[in-house]
Design a protein around this ligand. Structure first.
Ligand code: NAI
Length: 437
C-alpha cells in the first residue's frame, strides 16, 4: 500500500484484518514514526484498534522502503494524494506518477498495480506507460479500483461497501484474466457482505468515481437550494426531504441542508470532473453549476450570521460549534468553517470556537485570533450569537436553558438543524435554522 493517509491506512488495516499481509509505504517521516509506534495520525473511529492488533499480529507493517515492501506482492495499491493543481483545479498527479516510478524500480516479479487514489480518466494507462518506460522487461497489469469510503465511517464502509469497482485493461494484450484473478482474491473476504464486485474497463472505473462524488455533491447543492426556497415560501425542508426521499429512485440520504459541502473529496472531484469534461469538449454544466452554487453558499452563510446579529458583528462575540467538514473526523480540508470564520473575522467578530477533535488541524487554516475553547459551554461564554457549523452528536443534547445562561445575547444560527426550534424559542432564543420556518 503506497501512502498511509486516510485511504491507504484504512484500506491496509482492513486488508490485514481480512488476513492478508500488508506493507504500508509512507514517506512522511512524522506520520511513519507515529504509525510504527501504534499512534494513528488521523482521527477515524475504530482505526487505532485495527492498526494495533494487526501490527501486533505481524500482518501490517510500516516503512519507507518501497523495495522491501513490494517483494512478493501480488497487488501494489497506490493511495497517495491527488490534490487540486494550483490554477486550474485539475487533479495534481505528481505523487501518483512518482509512486508509479518507484514501484517500477522496485518490483521483482508479476504484480497488479492498482490505483486507489481518485485520478482522471486515462491515468491508469499513463501509469502503465510510466512503468513500461522504466522497466520494459517487467510483467505487470494495471487496475483502477477507486475508493468510496467515507471519513467517519471508513472501516465499516470498507468492510461492507455497496460495491467495489475494478477497472481492468480490456484491450490488454494478455487479456484481463490474470489481473482479475488477483483482484477477486484480494476482495474475496467481502463475499459474505452484500458488496457487488463490478468489473469494467479502466476508463469507466476512473470516471465512475468522479461521477458518483459529483452526483452526491449535486444532491447536497440541490437540497441547499430547496432549503432557501422553503425559507422564502414558508415550507419546511425536513418534510420536503422526507417526502422526496421516500421515493426509492431519489433515496433519503444526502438530503440534509447545511452550510455547503466541504472535505477532501467533493470540492476537488467536482472541479476535476468539470476540467475533464472541458478538456474533452463535452459539457458538464450541472457539475460546473454545482461548484458555483456551493462556493456562493459558503459565502452566503457568513452573511446570514452577520444579518442575525442585526447587520454587524464588529466587536461582537461569535461562538462556533464544530469546525471539521463533517462529524467523526478531524479533517479540515475545504471545510465550510474556513471561509465563514475568515469572513466573520474580517467583519471584526471575536471568535470562540470548539470542535471535539478538529481544533489542532483547524489552527493553521482559521483566523489567527480565533479563541479555541474547552467545550461547547465554554465557547458560548459571553457570546452574542452561537453558530452550529458541524453536527457533532455531543452538541445535540446541549440544554438550551444552560446555553442561554452562558450567552450575552440569545441568538442561535443553526446551520445543521440540530436543535428543536420550539425548545430554542421556549428558552428565549431568536433561533434560525436552514430551510425550516
Ligand atoms: P492523504 O493526504 O491523507 O494521504 C496520502 C498519503 O500518501 C500521505 O500520508 C503522503 O505522505 C503519502 N505519500 C505521498 N507520496 C508517497 C509516496 N511516493 N510513497 C509513499 N507515501 C506517499 O490522502 P487521502 O485522503 O488518503 O486520499 C488519497 C487518495 O484517495 C486521493 O486521491 C483521494 O481523492 C482519494 N480518496 C480519499 C477519500 C477520503 O475520504 N479521504 C475517499 C476516497 C478516495
Amino acid at each position: 500500500m503506497i501512502g498511509g493517509g486516510y485511504v491507504g491506512l484504512v484500506s491496509a488495516a482492513c486488508f490485514a484484518e481480512f488476513g492478508m499481509h500488508v506493507s504500508v509505504v509512507e514517506t512522511n517521516a512524522e506520520r511513519l514514526a507515529a504509525l510504527r509506534e501504534g499512534r494513528i495520525p488521523i482521527y477515524e473511529p475504530g482505526l487505532d484498534t485495527l492498526v494495533v492488533s494487526n501490527s501486533q499480529a505481524g500482518r501490517l507493517v510500516f516503512g519507507d522502503d518501497i523495495a522491501s515492501a513490494v517483494v512478493g506482492a501480488e497487488a501494489v495499491f497506490i493511495a497517495v494524494g491527488t490534490p487540486p493543481r494550483n490554477g486550474d483545479g485539475a487533479a495534481d498527479l505528481q505523487y501518483v506518477h512518482a509512486a508509479a516510478r518507484q514501484i517500477a524500480q522496485a518490483l521483482t516479479g508479476y504484480a497488479v498495480i492498482v490505483t486507489k487514489s481518485t485520478v482522471p480518466v486515462g491515468s491508469s494507462r499513463r501509469i502503465a506507460e510510466i512503468i513500461r518506460e522504466a522497466r520494459p522487461d517487467l510483467d505487470f497489469d494495471v487496475a483502477s479500483n477507486p475508493e468510496f469510503l467515507r471519513e467517519g465511517s471508513a472501516i465499516d464502509d470498507f468492510m461492507r461497501p455497496d460495491r467495489v469497482i475494478i477497472g481492468l485493461d480490456e484491450a490488454g494484450k494478455n487479456g484481463t484474466a490474470r489481473a482479475e484473478n488477483v483482484m477477486r482474491r484480494v476482495y474475496r473476504p467481502l463475499a459474505q457482505s452484500a458488496a457487488e464486485l463490478v468489473f469494467t474497463g479502466l476508463e469507466t472505473a476512473e470516471l465512475t468515481k468522479y461521477a458518483s462524488n459529483s452526483f452526491l455533491a449535486m444532491k447536497i447543492s440541490f437540497i441547499n437550494e430547496m432549503a432557501d426556497l422553503c425559507e422564502k415560501l414558508g415550507a419546511n425542508v425536513e418534510g420536503l426531504a422526507r417526502g422526496m426521499g421516500l421515493d426509492t429512485r431519489i433515496g433519503q440520504r444526502f438530503l440534509n441542508p447545511g452550510p455547503g459541502y466541504g472535505g477532501s473529496c467533493f470540492p476537488k472531484d467536482t472541479l476535476a470532473l468539470s476540467r475533464i469534461a472541458q478538456e474533452s469538449q463535452s459539457g458538464c454544466r450541472l457539475v460546473e453549476t454545482t461548484v458555483q452554487v456551493n462556493e456562493a453558499r459558503k459565502a452566503a452563510m457568513a452573511g446570514r450570521i452577520i444579518a442575525a446579529c442585526g447587520g454587524a458583528v464588529n466587536g461582537r462575540t461569535v461562538a462556533v460549534l464544530g469546525l471539521t467538514f463533517k462529524p467523526e473526523t478531524d479533517d479540515m480540508r475545504e471545510s465550510a468553517s474556513i471561509p465563514i470564520l475568515h469572513r466573520l473575522a474580517e467583519a471584526g467578530a471575536v471568535l470562540r470556537a470548539y470542535d471535539p477533535v478538529g481544533m489542532e488541524a483547524a489552527k493553521p487554516l482559521l483566523p489567527a485570533q480565533t479563541i479555541y475553547c474547552a467545550d461547547a459551554m465554554d465557547a458560548a461564554q459571553g457570546a452574542d450569537v452561537l453558530v452550529v457549523l458541524t453536527e457533532w452528536n455531543i452538541f445535540r443534547a446541549l440544554s438550551p436553558e444552560s446555553l442561554a445562561q452562558q450567552m450575552r445575547a440569545k441568538v442561535v444560527v443553526d446551520l445543521r438543524n440540530i436543535f428543536d426550534p420550539d425548545a430554542m424559542r421556549a428558552a428565549g432564543f431568536v433561533y434560525q435554522s436552514v430551510g425550516r420556518p
